[in-house]
Design a protein around this ligand. Structure first.
Ligand SMILES: *Cc1c(COP(=O)(O)O)cnc(C)c1O
Length: 363
């Protein structure tokens, strides 16, 4: 890593921990393959770095959201592993032969099949069936039309047929079994193809959710795939933010925008170099904790764009130049920060800002 500049926060990403998480998930997905979902820049942690580490560990399938992400990842990985683009390619655009589009409608099937027939080379693709998300994928009517006319697949080389679970993080939700049932029935009406079903949480739902290719994302990055139960995954990131100033204020003085917090006692306030522009969400105002050498440090007042204030009255060793762990420390895992902000760990990770120095631990 380049030395961080004065006052620059450092985002440390533990690549061996991500690889260890992938190996755990790969064991759960066995005998099927287990992909790495690295959309949204590897959930904020760096798609290229994460994918290179996973590939070295044996991962052969990657998923990104859009064509731009796919092209960037292909450039980073070189030839070899499958890179599938969940949003598919723009209509009329073959995208890039090195990427595999997910076909999300019968019109995508027709367009890519026609291109394959015209070129005399079947186009590799993943067929996406909607079984309960109503977001992307062939709907029930389109599935019936395809089942009635397998010729619509001419010109295609479907590597997998996939569906996506809506409620996998709620093991008791009846839609899980219903989606698995719909998927099995829909696949039975199509030519035989390898199947791709579970996301991270889906891998924990039991044998009915096994498939030829699981697609975990969040669990690779330490987000709990089994909310409500202990997190089986390793933590993989740590955001260390330098203290720029520490000041003493008298009882009754207010801090920050809106003067929303007033000191109840003479206090020491530390200002650190990260705010909502860095993805330290403004909804954390007044209700987050950071970690300093294993101890909790309470956030006070509003999170501003570039700065956040903490009450360090009881931690005299915190002086300018020391670092607080804002995300990824004890008591402030991405899931814990998310709970305080009223969101989910996915959003905390994918919000991580661009101003951090990124330090990759390679083991
Ligand atoms: C994002 C995504 C995944 C990964 O989901 P996680 O919950 O992060 O494991 C898998 N499949 C599809 C279609 C997705 O959009």
């Amino acid at each position: 890593m380049a030395e961080p500049l004065f006052g620059q926060p450092v985002l440390r990403v533990d690549l061996p921990a991500i690889v260890a998480n992938w190996r755990d998930l790969a064991a759960r997905g066995a005998p099927g393959a287990v992909a790495g979902v690295v959309k949204a820049n590897g959930y904020g942690l760096g798609a290229a770095e994460v994918a290179l580490a996973l590939r070295a560990a044996g991962c052969r399938h990657f998923f990104v959201a859009c064509l731009t992400e796919g092209l960037a990842l292909r450039a980073a990985l070189g030839a070899g592993p499958m890179i599938a683009v969940l949003e598919g390619f723009p209509p009329g655009d073959d995208g890039d032969a090195a990427l595999v589009p997910v076909l999300n409608a019968l019109s995508d099937v027709a367009a890519h099949g026609a291109a394959g027939r015209a070129a005399g080379v079947a186009r590799r693709a993943i067929l996406h069936l909607d079984t309960g998300m109503a977001r992307l994928g062939l709907d029930a009517g389109e599935q019936a039309r395809l089942a009635a006319d397998h010729g619509l697949l001419a010109g295609l080389d479907p590597l997998y047929v996939m569906t996506h679970l809506a409620c996998a993080d709620e093991p008791g939700h009846p839609l899980n079994a219903e989606q698995a049932r719909r998927f099995t029935a829909a696949c039975a009406a199509l030519p035989p193809m390898r199947r791709s079903l579970a996301n991270s949480s889906g891998l924990f739902l039991g044998p009915g959710f096994a498939s030829d290719l699981a697609r975990p994302g969040c669990a690779l990055y330490g987000v709990n795939p089994t909310p409500g139960a202990p997190n089986p995954m390793r933590q993989v990131m740590r955001l260390e933010v330098p203290v720029l100033q520490v000041r003493d204020i008298p009882a009754g003085a207010t801090v920050g925008y809106g003067a929303s917090w007033a000191a109840a006692r003479p206090s020491r306030i530390a200002t650190v170099a990260a705010g909502y522009a860095d993805g330290y969400l403004r909804s954390l105002s007044g209700c987050a904790v950071a970690e300093f050498r294993g101890r909790p440090v309470p956030l006070v007042a509003r999170v501003s764009m570039d700065l956040t204030t903490f009450d360090v009255t009881d931690l005299p060793e915190i002086v300018p130049g020391e670092h607080l762990v804002l995300i990824g420390g004890a008591g402030c895992s991405p899931d814990e920060v998310a709970a305080r902000a009223g969101t989910i760990g996915y959003e905390v990770l994918t919000s991580l800002g661009a101003r951090y120095a990124r330090d990759y631990i390679r083991g």
